[in-house]
Ligand binder design. Sequence first.
Ligand SMILES: Cc1cc2nc3c(=O)[nH]c(=O)nc-3n(C[C@H](O)[C@H](O)[C@H](O)COP(=O)(O)OP(=O)(O)OC[C@H]3O[C@@H](n4cnc5c(N)ncnc54)[C@H](O)[C@@H]3O)c2cc1C
Length: 398
Amino acid sequence: MHTLNRNRHDVVIVGGRVAGSAAAMLLARLGHDVVVVDQASFPSDTVSTHSIARSGVVQLRRWGLLDAVLDSGTPAIRQVTFHAGGESVSRTLKHKAGVDLVVAPRRYVLDTILATAAQRAGADVRHGVTVTGVRRDRRGLVAGVYGHDRGGAPIDMSARYVIGADGLGSRVARSVGATINEARPSGGATQYAYYAGIPWSGMELFVAERSFAGVFPTHDGQACIWVCTPSADARAVRRGTGSRAEAFGELLERSAPQLAERLRHARRTSPVRGMLRQPNQVRQASGPGWALVGDAGYHRDAVTAHGISDAFRDAELLATAVDQALDAGSEESTALACYQQQRDHALREIFEITCRLAAYPAVPEFIELQKQLSAAIDKEAAELASWPIPGECLLATA
Ligand SMILES: Cc1cc2nc3c(=O)[nH]c(=O)nc-3n(C[C@H](O)[C@H](O)[C@H](O)COP(=O)(O)OP(=O)(O)OC[C@H]3O[C@@H](n4cnc5c(N)ncnc54)[C@H](O)[C@@H]3O)c2cc1C
């Protein structure tokens, strides 16, 4: 029996973090009736480090949210130091695509800024709501979602479109039977913890055989310290040590001994978190009455730290497509097929680089791929900066 909230909305979005809240904000700015639900309470963290590449920072700036992110106290990062083979090279970020900095805000801060922006734009944002399935109409088209609130009361929402922004394990993707169109080997692990008590000089990246480690300075004088390795290596080290924290320390010692030495004077302020065997996969992006965005539709190893930027880009592509389908009278199937085509084209170059990096080639090739990544991000950032901003009139009067 699903009886509550049966009003028909233009769009129901399941999942309210970087993909879901961004899509909700843009659709609401475009004038649509949007509900976004998330089973989590906000502010809350999720398993993720959180460096936002230039392309993602461009999106925050275009959407009018970069100041809020900087005002939250996360440092503007303008220096990146690359350590490899005993040498260190520092560079200052150039002013490109309208930005001269990157940021690494904690997810409980970033995701809340986005959820608040969605709400301010007019979206109905409901936390503590778990979706358990999609509802179909008599023709078999997806026409809403059902689930329950935190107290167990049933929820049933009817919508013209259902968007799954519910992450890698997407319930929406499973409910609609979205196919995995491309699956590549998934051998990479990323683990991280927060440290305080020593100074951080911008972002640092350490390349060594079969590992990539680094420093993302974040709020409150802390830094996210992370290490990416093949999962097999992470598992082997864990088996030989007494705890996850000890294993993390040993991996850092192997990957970035200078950093491990500096951290002896710092204080770890969190447990070690992370993910093993990160999938590299692209799912079908849409079908009749539904679409996927963010990790629900496309997941890649965190070695390129590009998931948040992917989510921002694809949220805008999807919001534009759904707006066309709802308003401009264009055929739904054409607009959503166009979303899939644009998403698959946009993700391609960095996805290929990610898959190659996640195989941990020898150090010279790894460094060459990092250079290719940097160029690909700059190219993407320039392209995003040239897009018209959805709902710009509303932004100007906000
Ligand atoms: C270890 C690690 C490190 C990373 N580091 C970086 C990095 O440095 N930079 C970067 O750009 N990216 C990074 N990423 C990738 C990034 O975290 C993801 O790409 C990003 O979180 C995807 O956002 P999303 O909104 O699609 O999904 P998520 O962040 O997974 O959010 C999904 C939301 O959906 C909700 N939800 C799920 N199921 C339901 C349901 N049934 N009903 C209601 N709500 C539901 C969840 O509560 C959740 O809040 C990293 C990932 C990992 C694992």
